[in-house]
Design a protein around this ligand. Structure first.
Ligand code: NI
Length: 225
């Protein structure tokens, strides 16, 4: 499933985060690329020990946990600390696949089931910079309004097209889902959305309780917690 989630950050939160990110020091993105990624990666990132990354990252994580659409779609078990990148002057990130396992400073290993990109700028502020995600149905081109997030399977090949005007500023991060399998996770998400629709239109319908039970019993069958 590839899903756009609107308004993770809004108004003042977005403005404050953006001002902090624009004022801090950026380093060559190759510093954090794997062997394969370094050959096709040309961007800038915040250093891992930059306190602004921790601060803005913590606000993003808090916002994610409060977002029902994100929680329903991702069913997150572990969310890795957000990282930040920017592209300008023709910078680009060629086709690659994200590493499957990431290790936290604590030594804890996290499987990357879902990749997320959160946009800090609006599409009209820069040319290029589309995130192109390849899936079994072809390519999807993604360039979202400020504060919106794209959620996509970490198994996908993807790239960022050259930014030929302005600057593209984003947060990106990975998560391990309670539901490893994308097909099962998508089924649960569709079911949750369907139940919520019926519950809104017909709150007293007895089927709502039964279907909610099926949802939780499937989650119980499939979840790693
Ligand atoms: Ni990537």
């Amino acid at each position: 499933m590839i899903l756009a989630i609107p308004d993770i950050l809004t108004g003042a939160e977005l403005g404050e985060a953006r001002a902090q990110l624009e004022a801090t020091e950026w380093i060559d993105g190759k510093a954090t690329a794997g062997h394969q990624g370094a050959r096709v990666k040309d961007n800038q990132q915040l250093a891992r020990d930059n306190p602004i990354a921790d601060e803005v990252g913590a606000r993003i994580i808090a916002a994610l946990h409060k977002n029902p659409l994100f929680v329903s779609a991702a069913l997150p078990l572990h969310i890795l600390p957000p990282m930040f990148n920017r592209y300008s002057s023709g910078q680009t990130f060629g086709t690659h696949v994200d590493g499957s396992i990431r290790t936290l400073p604590t030594g804890q290993r996290i499987r990357t089931d879902l990749s997320c990109t959160l946009f800090f700028g609006n599409p009209e502020e820069y040319d290029g910079g589309e995130l192109i995600i390849e899936d079994t149905y072809g390519e999807k081109s993604v360039k979202l309004p400020a504060g919106h997030l794209i959620l996509y399977p970490s198994t996908s090949l993807h790239r960022v097209t050259p930014v030929t005007r302005g600057t593209r500023l984003c947060a990106f991060f990975w998560l391990q889902s309670m539901i490893r399998d994308d097909t099962r996770r998508t089924l649960l998400f569709d079911m949750d959305i369907g139940i919520q629709r019926v519950a809104t239109d017909q709150p007293d319908h007895t089927g709502v309780i039964q279907l909610t039970g099926v949802y939780h019993n499937l989650l119980r069958q499939w979840a790693e917690v």
